[in-house]
Design a protein around this ligand. Structure first.
Ligand code: PMP
Ligand code: GLN
Length: 398
């Protein structure tokens, strides 16, 4: 049996066949982008701060002495704001005392959920491609990571065969909607089928909805609002993407008290609590007018369109993105069969960085996605236009 760190690394595809250890693809590509002074469309972080008002509240909280440990489950004001947010947008009514916990980003919420509820002998099902931290935490828990493919061009699962990915050992299904890295936003038919199967196989649902406010047309449907789902669903979200403060690392999870208590038990020994002054600011953020949330999505949609146009003009096939910070482009037309190798060359070659999609897959999925690159469009429009200009040179430089 391998050691816990090896299972973690292996789960996120960081262990080479010779036992060599890599850092996450985000860190690797961001480092390469820095070295070659490239426009970093790899790791998903905005190049502009979020609302100045939230910035001011955080600074004031620091100045006013809100600098010691927050309660383990989060400051009451933020838990109340999360509850209000769930009610205002979705009609959900979690109890802020027992059904909400504030975490150090969605990353810690994912770790707490997976590590508290799964163990060797269990299976944990995700769609594929999958966000890397799911693989890492499933590996650390000792459970087996099973997958159901999302298929290009629209990255939906095949509902007729989805049940084949479930088994009596399926203890947890992790949904990520809107979906990183593909930009898919799942319609009610997909989500309802997952819920039906989770009930049939008695699996807990963990739903990572960090991009809940960033959809470009389709309405975001929280899994917990679907019939039969709420009792078995832990919902995870985070301030990073909605408010463009990815470095503040404030996230939360909510769900039925027993599941939240399980996750909280583990969470309190991962970090105990997180960023007191930032929690105060995010409580104000969650209470902002509806127009803030709709404008954030509209701005991002314009950015998506600028980058899509640039990628198309560069001769790539652009796949649909209905949400998130990301869009996928297929480099097959340029003769590329190894997007991972290309992503490692791209910063030096044309001064643009992107993330290869195969790294979010097991071997079969990696073959299916071998020519796909993920580009982040959460950047200033002028920078996206500049990136488009550089991408246009790719054909000739390969
Ligand atoms: N889940 C998904 C799908 C993500 O893309 C990210 C990255 N923002 C996270 C979780 C981690 O979120 P956080 O930065 O709040 O830990
Ligand atoms: N969620 C971000 C992305 O997908 C990166 C987060 C990280 O660096 N771990 O690009």
């Amino acid at each position: 049996m391998s050691t816990p760190w090896q299972r973690t690394a292996d789960g996120a595809n960081l262990l080479g066949p010779d036992g060599s250890l890599a850092v996450t693809i985000f860190e690797e590509i961001t480092t390469l982008a820095g070295r070659h002074n490239a426009i970093n469309l790899g790791q998903g972080f905005p190049d502009e701060d979020g609302p100045a008002e939230l910035n001011r509240i955080a600074r004031e909280a620091i100045a006013n002495g809100h600098n010691q440990y927050a309660p383990g489950k989060g400051i009451p004001e933020l838990r109340a704001a999360v509850a209000e947010h769930q009610q205002r947008f979705y009609g959900l009514t979690p109890d802020p005392e027992t059904e909400i916990v504030i975490t150090t980003g969605a990353t810690e919420a994912i770790a707490s959920a997976v590590l508290s509820l799964t163990c060797p002998g269990d299976e944990v099902l995700t769609f594929e491609p999958f966000y890397d931290s799911y693989g890492a935490m499933i590996g650390l828990s000792g459970a087996k990571h099973t997958t159901a493919a999302l298929l290009a061009p629209d990255f939906m699962p095949d509902l007729a065969t989805l049940e084949n990915s479930f088994s009596p050992r399926t203890a947890m299904v992790i949904i990520n909607n809107p979906h990183n890295p593909t930009g898919a936003v799942f319609p009610v038919e997909v989500l309802s089928e997952v819920v039906r199967l989770a009930i049939k196989y008695d699996a807990v649902i963990v739903t990572d909805e960090v991009y809940e406010h960033l959809t470009f047309g389709p309405r975001h449907i929280p899994v917990a609002t679907l019939p039969g789902a709420a009792d078995r669903t832990l919902t995870i979200s985070s301030a990073g993407k909605t408010f463009s403060f990815t470095g503040w690392k404030i996230g939360w999870l909510s769900g039925p008290a027993e599941l939240v208590a399980a996750a909280r038990t583990v969470k309190q020994f991962l970090t105990y609590s997180s960023g007191t002054p930032f929690q105060t600011a995010i409580a104000a953020g969650l209470r902002m007018d509806g127009s803030f949330f709709t404008e954030a999505a509209a701005t991002l949609q314009r950015k998506r369109d600028i980058l899509s146009e640039g990628l198309r003009a560069a001769g790539l096939d652009v796949l649909s993105s209905q949400g998130t910070y990301f869009i996928n482009a297929d480099t097959a037309k340029l003769g590329i069969t190894d997007a991972t190798a290309l992503a490692r060359r791209l910063p030096e070659l044309i001064g643009v960085a992107a993330i290869p999609v195969p790294v979010f897959c097991h071997p079969d999925g990696a073959r299916r996605t071998r020519s796909l690159l993920r580009f982040a469009f959460c950047k200033k429009e002028t920078l996206l236009e500049q990136a488009a200009g550089r991408l246009a040179t790719l054909k000739d430089r390969l």
